[in-house]
Design a protein around this ligand. Structure first.
Ligand code: MN
Length: 333
Protein backbone atom coordinates (compact mmCIF):
# COMPACT_ATOMS: atom_id res chain seq x y z
CA UNK A 1 0.00 0.00 0.00
CA UNK A 2 1.90 3.04 -1.23
CA UNK A 3 0.16 5.56 1.01
CA UNK A 4 0.30 3.79 4.40
CA UNK A 5 3.36 5.61 5.77
CA UNK A 6 2.09 8.97 4.63
CA UNK A 7 -1.30 8.37 6.25
CA UNK A 8 0.41 7.43 9.52
CA UNK A 9 2.53 10.59 9.44
CA UNK A 10 -0.46 12.83 8.75
CA UNK A 11 -2.58 11.15 11.43
CA UNK A 12 -0.06 11.96 14.18
CA UNK A 13 -1.35 15.51 14.59
CA UNK A 14 -2.76 18.51 12.74
CA UNK A 15 -0.10 19.69 10.29
CA UNK A 16 0.57 22.92 8.46
CA UNK A 17 0.80 21.81 4.82
CA UNK A 18 1.51 23.50 1.52
CA UNK A 19 0.33 21.92 -1.73
CA UNK A 20 2.07 22.81 -5.00
CA UNK A 21 1.67 21.93 -8.64
CA UNK A 22 3.27 22.73 -11.99
CA UNK A 23 3.60 25.96 -14.00
CA UNK A 24 0.56 26.67 -16.22
CA UNK A 25 -1.60 24.36 -14.12
CA UNK A 26 -3.98 22.23 -16.19
CA UNK A 27 -7.20 20.53 -15.09
CA UNK A 28 -5.39 17.68 -13.38
CA UNK A 29 -2.99 20.01 -11.58
CA UNK A 30 -5.83 22.18 -10.28
CA UNK A 31 -8.19 19.26 -9.63
CA UNK A 32 -5.63 17.20 -7.73
CA UNK A 33 -4.37 20.18 -5.69
CA UNK A 34 -7.76 21.58 -4.72
CA UNK A 35 -9.25 18.11 -4.24
CA UNK A 36 -6.48 17.14 -1.84
CA UNK A 37 -6.72 20.52 -0.11
CA UNK A 38 -10.46 20.07 0.53
CA UNK A 39 -9.84 16.58 1.90
CA UNK A 40 -6.89 17.45 4.15
CA UNK A 41 -8.69 20.51 5.51
CA UNK A 42 -11.60 18.24 6.32
CA UNK A 43 -9.14 16.06 8.24
CA UNK A 44 -8.21 19.01 10.44
CA UNK A 45 -4.99 20.11 8.79
CA UNK A 46 -4.11 23.68 8.00
CA UNK A 47 -3.64 23.64 4.22
CA UNK A 48 -2.50 26.27 1.74
CA UNK A 49 -2.28 25.77 -2.03
CA UNK A 50 0.44 27.69 -3.88
CA UNK A 51 0.11 27.71 -7.67
CA UNK A 52 3.10 29.00 -9.67
CA UNK A 53 0.85 31.08 -11.95
CA UNK A 54 -2.80 31.53 -12.82
CA UNK A 55 -4.70 28.75 -14.63
CA UNK A 56 -7.21 29.32 -17.46
CA UNK A 57 -10.38 31.26 -16.69
CA UNK A 58 -12.33 28.01 -17.00
CA UNK A 59 -10.28 26.30 -14.30
CA UNK A 60 -10.74 29.29 -12.01
CA UNK A 61 -14.31 28.02 -11.64
CA UNK A 62 -13.10 24.82 -9.95
CA UNK A 63 -14.62 24.58 -6.43
CA UNK A 64 -12.35 26.27 -3.90
CA UNK A 65 -10.22 28.18 -6.38
CA UNK A 66 -11.41 31.54 -5.05
CA UNK A 67 -10.91 30.51 -1.42
CA UNK A 68 -8.44 32.30 0.83
CA UNK A 69 -6.22 29.19 1.01
CA UNK A 70 -5.36 29.32 -2.72
CA UNK A 71 -2.43 31.55 -3.68
CA UNK A 72 -0.62 32.38 -6.87
CA UNK A 73 3.16 32.65 -6.45
CA UNK A 74 3.53 35.08 -9.35
CA UNK A 75 0.86 37.42 -7.91
CA UNK A 76 1.81 37.45 -4.22
CA UNK A 77 5.32 36.15 -3.76
CA UNK A 78 5.87 37.55 -0.27
CA UNK A 79 2.75 35.83 1.07
CA UNK A 80 3.64 32.56 -0.67
CA UNK A 81 7.22 32.68 0.66
CA UNK A 82 5.84 33.08 4.18
CA UNK A 83 3.62 30.03 3.61
CA UNK A 84 6.58 27.92 2.49
CA UNK A 85 8.58 29.07 5.54
CA UNK A 86 5.73 28.24 7.94
CA UNK A 87 4.75 24.86 6.51
CA UNK A 88 5.76 21.54 8.06
CA UNK A 89 5.05 19.47 4.97
CA UNK A 90 5.09 20.12 1.22
CA UNK A 91 3.22 18.21 -1.49
CA UNK A 92 4.41 18.13 -5.11
CA UNK A 93 1.37 17.19 -7.20
CA UNK A 94 1.34 16.35 -10.92
CA UNK A 95 4.99 17.17 -11.56
CA UNK A 96 8.15 15.07 -11.48
CA UNK A 97 10.87 17.64 -11.05
CA UNK A 98 11.20 20.98 -9.26
CA UNK A 99 11.93 22.94 -12.44
CA UNK A 100 8.34 22.26 -13.56
CA UNK A 101 7.07 24.90 -11.11
CA UNK A 102 8.97 27.62 -12.99
CA UNK A 103 12.19 29.43 -12.23
CA UNK A 104 10.97 31.77 -9.53
CA UNK A 105 9.36 29.08 -7.33
CA UNK A 106 11.80 26.23 -8.03
CA UNK A 107 14.14 26.87 -5.08
CA UNK A 108 11.15 26.90 -2.69
CA UNK A 109 10.58 23.26 -3.60
CA UNK A 110 14.25 22.26 -3.62
CA UNK A 111 15.19 23.96 -0.35
CA UNK A 112 11.98 23.19 1.59
CA UNK A 113 13.00 22.10 5.08
CA UNK A 114 10.01 20.10 6.28
CA UNK A 115 8.86 16.70 5.05
CA UNK A 116 8.20 16.38 1.34
CA UNK A 117 5.63 14.29 -0.52
CA UNK A 118 5.50 13.64 -4.27
CA UNK A 119 2.35 12.22 -5.88
CA UNK A 120 2.67 12.12 -9.65
CA UNK A 121 2.25 10.08 -12.83
CA UNK A 122 5.09 11.49 -14.97
CA UNK A 123 8.32 9.60 -15.61
CA UNK A 124 11.62 10.11 -13.75
CA UNK A 125 10.61 11.74 -10.45
CA UNK A 126 13.13 13.79 -8.47
CA UNK A 127 14.78 12.21 -5.45
CA UNK A 128 14.94 13.99 -2.11
CA UNK A 129 11.34 13.31 -1.08
CA UNK A 130 10.32 11.65 2.19
CA UNK A 131 7.29 10.05 0.53
CA UNK A 132 7.19 9.33 -3.20
CA UNK A 133 4.27 7.79 -5.04
CA UNK A 134 5.19 7.78 -8.73
CA UNK A 135 2.84 5.69 -10.90
CA UNK A 136 3.27 6.33 -14.61
CA UNK A 137 0.42 3.99 -15.53
CA UNK A 138 -2.11 6.14 -13.65
CA UNK A 139 -4.50 8.22 -15.75
CA UNK A 140 -4.05 11.33 -13.67
CA UNK A 141 -2.71 12.69 -10.42
CA UNK A 142 -6.36 13.21 -9.46
CA UNK A 143 -6.84 9.43 -9.63
CA UNK A 144 -3.80 9.00 -7.37
CA UNK A 145 -5.18 11.53 -4.88
CA UNK A 146 -8.44 9.58 -4.93
CA UNK A 147 -6.44 6.39 -4.18
CA UNK A 148 -4.76 8.16 -1.27
CA UNK A 149 -8.09 9.35 0.14
CA UNK A 150 -9.67 5.91 -0.27
CA UNK A 151 -6.72 4.31 1.55
CA UNK A 152 -6.63 7.05 4.19
CA UNK A 153 -10.28 6.36 4.93
CA UNK A 154 -11.60 9.86 5.65
CA UNK A 155 -14.71 11.54 4.27
CA UNK A 156 -14.78 12.70 0.65
CA UNK A 157 -16.90 15.86 0.43
CA UNK A 158 -18.67 17.14 -2.68
CA UNK A 159 -16.06 19.83 -3.37
CA UNK A 160 -13.19 17.35 -3.24
CA UNK A 161 -15.11 14.88 -5.42
CA UNK A 162 -15.85 17.60 -7.99
CA UNK A 163 -12.20 18.71 -8.12
CA UNK A 164 -10.89 15.16 -8.54
CA UNK A 165 -13.49 14.40 -11.23
CA UNK A 166 -12.28 17.56 -13.02
CA UNK A 167 -8.75 16.14 -13.00
CA UNK A 168 -9.94 12.74 -14.23
CA UNK A 169 -12.01 14.19 -17.07
CA UNK A 170 -9.32 16.58 -18.30
CA UNK A 171 -6.32 14.22 -18.12
CA UNK A 172 -8.17 11.33 -19.79
CA UNK A 173 -9.74 13.34 -22.63
CA UNK A 174 -13.16 12.61 -21.10
CA UNK A 175 -12.25 8.96 -20.40
CA UNK A 176 -11.06 8.08 -23.88
CA UNK A 177 -7.24 7.85 -23.58
CA UNK A 178 -5.45 4.47 -23.24
CA UNK A 179 -4.46 5.47 -19.70
CA UNK A 180 -8.05 4.75 -18.58
CA UNK A 181 -8.08 1.55 -16.51
CA UNK A 182 -10.86 -0.19 -14.57
CA UNK A 183 -9.46 1.58 -11.49
CA UNK A 184 -9.96 4.94 -13.22
CA UNK A 185 -13.65 4.26 -13.78
CA UNK A 186 -14.00 2.84 -10.27
CA UNK A 187 -12.57 6.11 -8.95
CA UNK A 188 -14.99 8.08 -11.15
CA UNK A 189 -17.87 5.98 -9.83
CA UNK A 190 -16.88 6.65 -6.22
CA UNK A 191 -16.49 10.37 -6.92
CA UNK A 192 -19.95 10.47 -8.48
CA UNK A 193 -21.38 8.67 -5.46
CA UNK A 194 -19.72 11.35 -3.31
CA UNK A 195 -21.60 14.04 -5.24
CA UNK A 196 -19.54 14.96 -8.31
CA UNK A 197 -21.73 15.59 -11.36
CA UNK A 198 -19.78 14.74 -14.52
CA UNK A 199 -22.16 16.43 -16.97
CA UNK A 200 -22.05 19.70 -15.03
CA UNK A 201 -18.26 19.53 -14.82
CA UNK A 202 -18.08 18.79 -18.55
CA UNK A 203 -20.24 21.84 -19.28
CA UNK A 204 -18.13 24.00 -17.00
CA UNK A 205 -14.95 22.85 -18.74
CA UNK A 206 -15.91 22.57 -22.39
CA UNK A 207 -19.02 24.66 -23.04
CA UNK A 208 -17.61 27.92 -21.72
CA UNK A 209 -15.23 28.88 -24.52
CA UNK A 210 -14.30 32.48 -25.21
CA UNK A 211 -14.66 33.55 -28.86
CA UNK A 212 -10.86 33.90 -29.08
CA UNK A 213 -10.49 30.16 -28.55
CA UNK A 214 -12.64 29.17 -31.50
CA UNK A 215 -10.96 31.79 -33.72
CA UNK A 216 -7.50 30.51 -32.79
CA UNK A 217 -8.51 26.90 -33.41
CA UNK A 218 -9.75 27.99 -36.84
CA UNK A 219 -6.40 29.60 -37.66
CA UNK A 220 -4.46 26.69 -36.21
CA UNK A 221 -6.41 24.09 -38.20
CA UNK A 222 -5.99 26.15 -41.39
CA UNK A 223 -2.21 25.75 -40.97
CA UNK A 224 -2.51 21.94 -40.95
CA UNK A 225 0.26 20.03 -42.71
CA UNK A 226 0.30 16.27 -43.19
CA UNK A 227 3.82 14.81 -43.03
CA UNK A 228 5.69 11.51 -43.00
CA UNK A 229 3.48 9.90 -45.62
CA UNK A 230 0.30 10.64 -43.68
CA UNK A 231 1.52 9.53 -40.26
CA UNK A 232 2.08 12.99 -38.76
CA UNK A 233 0.02 16.16 -38.48
CA UNK A 234 1.55 19.56 -37.76
CA UNK A 235 -0.29 22.77 -36.89
CA UNK A 236 1.13 26.09 -35.76
CA UNK A 237 0.10 29.54 -34.55
CA UNK A 238 2.14 32.73 -34.86
CA UNK A 239 2.40 35.37 -32.16
CA UNK A 240 0.46 37.61 -34.53
CA UNK A 241 -2.42 35.08 -34.62
CA UNK A 242 -2.61 35.14 -30.83
CA UNK A 243 -2.68 38.91 -30.79
CA UNK A 244 -5.24 39.35 -33.57
CA UNK A 245 -7.62 36.78 -32.04
CA UNK A 246 -7.30 38.20 -28.51
CA UNK A 247 -5.60 35.14 -26.99
CA UNK A 248 -6.31 34.34 -23.38
CA UNK A 249 -4.43 31.55 -21.52
CA UNK A 250 -6.01 28.17 -22.16
CA UNK A 251 -7.27 29.06 -25.66
CA UNK A 252 -4.97 26.61 -27.44
CA UNK A 253 -5.25 23.80 -24.88
CA UNK A 254 -6.40 20.65 -26.67
CA UNK A 255 -5.75 21.95 -30.19
CA UNK A 256 -2.88 19.48 -30.61
CA UNK A 257 -5.29 16.54 -30.14
CA UNK A 258 -7.21 17.44 -33.29
CA UNK A 259 -4.49 16.05 -35.56
CA UNK A 260 -4.96 12.60 -34.03
CA UNK A 261 -8.56 12.53 -35.26
CA UNK A 262 -7.26 12.06 -38.83
CA UNK A 263 -7.24 8.55 -40.23
CA UNK A 264 -3.72 7.14 -40.35
CA UNK A 265 -2.16 9.89 -38.23
CA UNK A 266 -0.27 8.57 -35.20
CA UNK A 267 1.62 11.74 -34.18
CA UNK A 268 0.26 15.26 -33.86
CA UNK A 269 2.40 18.32 -33.21
CA UNK A 270 1.42 21.88 -32.32
CA UNK A 271 3.95 24.72 -32.44
CA UNK A 272 3.06 28.06 -30.87
CA UNK A 273 5.08 31.25 -31.01
CA UNK A 274 4.61 33.59 -28.05
CA UNK A 275 4.93 37.38 -28.01
CA UNK A 276 8.67 37.15 -27.22
CA UNK A 277 9.23 34.90 -30.25
CA UNK A 278 9.78 31.78 -28.13
CA UNK A 279 8.38 28.58 -29.65
CA UNK A 280 6.58 26.03 -27.46
CA UNK A 281 5.78 22.57 -28.75
CA UNK A 282 3.10 20.03 -27.85
CA UNK A 283 3.18 16.41 -28.99
CA UNK A 284 0.46 13.74 -28.94
CA UNK A 285 0.59 10.19 -30.28
CA UNK A 286 -1.28 6.91 -30.54
CA UNK A 287 -0.25 3.27 -30.35
CA UNK A 288 3.43 2.45 -29.96
CA UNK A 289 4.69 5.90 -31.00
CA UNK A 290 6.61 7.43 -28.07
CA UNK A 291 6.53 11.24 -28.16
CA UNK A 292 8.23 11.41 -24.76
CA UNK A 293 11.40 9.99 -26.33
CA UNK A 294 11.05 12.25 -29.37
CA UNK A 295 10.61 15.37 -27.22
CA UNK A 296 13.56 14.45 -25.02
CA UNK A 297 15.85 13.68 -27.94
CA UNK A 298 15.10 16.68 -30.17
CA UNK A 299 13.04 19.29 -28.33
CA UNK A 300 14.34 19.88 -24.78
CA UNK A 301 11.22 18.42 -23.26
CA UNK A 302 9.42 15.23 -22.31
CA UNK A 303 6.29 13.98 -20.62
CA UNK A 304 4.39 10.77 -21.25
CA UNK A 305 4.52 8.18 -24.05
CA UNK A 306 1.41 9.66 -25.68
CA UNK A 307 1.61 13.29 -24.53
CA UNK A 308 4.69 15.45 -24.23
CA UNK A 309 5.88 19.01 -24.50
CA UNK A 310 9.04 20.76 -25.59
CA UNK A 311 10.49 23.98 -26.90
CA UNK A 312 12.75 25.28 -29.60
CA UNK A 313 15.58 27.82 -29.59
CA UNK A 314 14.97 28.46 -33.30
CA UNK A 315 12.45 30.95 -34.63
CA UNK A 316 9.05 29.64 -35.74
CA UNK A 317 9.88 29.17 -39.43
CA UNK A 318 13.14 27.34 -38.68
CA UNK A 319 11.37 25.24 -36.03
CA UNK A 320 8.70 24.18 -38.54
CA UNK A 321 11.41 23.27 -41.06
CA UNK A 322 13.24 21.21 -38.45
CA UNK A 323 9.98 19.54 -37.35
CA UNK A 324 9.11 18.53 -40.94
CA UNK A 325 12.49 16.90 -41.32
CA UNK A 326 12.83 15.24 -37.88
CA UNK A 327 9.24 13.91 -38.02
CA UNK A 328 9.73 12.42 -41.46
CA UNK A 329 13.06 10.79 -40.52
CA UNK A 330 11.68 9.45 -37.24
CA UNK A 331 8.50 7.99 -38.72
CA UNK A 332 10.14 6.57 -41.87
CA UNK A 333 10.59 2.75 -41.82
MN1 MN B 1 -1.60 14.98 -14.91
Amino acid sequence: MPYTDLSKRLAQKSHRLVLTTHWNPDGDAIGASLGLAHYLRGQGHSVEVVLPNTPSATLQNTPGYAAAFVHCYADNTAKADAIFAASEGLFSLDYNTASRVGESMQSKIELFEGFKVLIDHHQSPDTGYDYIVSQTTKSSTAEMVYDFIAADGGALDVAAADCLMTGLITDTGSFRFPSVQPATLAAASALMTAGAEPYRIHERLFDANPVSRLKLWGRGLTSLEILAGGKAALVHLKAEDLQVCGYVPGDTEGLVNQGLSLEGVSVSVFAREDQEGQVKLSFRSKGSVDVNAFARQHWQGGGHVHAAGGRSDLDLEATLTALRSTLSTWLAV
